[in-house]
Design a binder for this molecule. Structure first.
Ligand code: THU
Length: 130
């Protein structure tokens, strides 16, 4: 299954009763394995957990830690950019040149990279020598 199909499919399972905004994310690890996640909200923290975070958690739980490609889809008029927290999580597990496709269910796609989404990212190298 393509990342696009995996993201569209998992988006249907999103639990978003507060925002009514369903998001699906699919990621391919460097091993080739595909993981997916949807947003899951709750009444105390209505923003809940983002789709990207869910997909990354599934990847890490399966023993993988390196992203090769990312696809995110929502029903917005324009492809929705990941939130700040998700950008940091993507940067944690993927190199700067990893392709990220942001998409809308109508088929509009915006291609970017982890590095473009989080320029000047803080990473572990800044803690060297402390
Ligand atoms: N959301 C995601 O899952 N990913 C994004 O990239 C943007 C926002 C979710 C979080 C929340 O459930 C809903 O969309 C509205 O913010």
């Amino acid at each position: 299954m393509s990342l696009k199909d995996a993201a569209l499919s998992v988006r249907e399972k999103a639990y978003a009763p507060y925002s009514n905004f369903k998001v699906g994310a699919a990621i391919r690890a460097t091993s080739g394995q595909v993981f997916s996640g949807c947003n899951v909200e709750n009444v105390a923290y209505p923003e809940g957990t983002c789709a990207e975070a869910g997909a990354i958690a599934a990847m890490v739980a399966a023993g993988e830690q390196q992203l090769a490609e990312v696809y995110v889809v929502a029903s917005s008029p324009q492809p929705v950019p990941p939130c700040g927290g998700c950008r940091q999580k993507l940067a944690e597990f993927g190199k700067r040149d990893v392709k990220v496709t942001l998409a809308s269910v109508d088929g509009t796609e915006l291609e970017t990279t982890i590095g473009q989404l989080l320029p000047g990212a803080f990473d572990a190298s800044y803690m060297e020598g402390t």
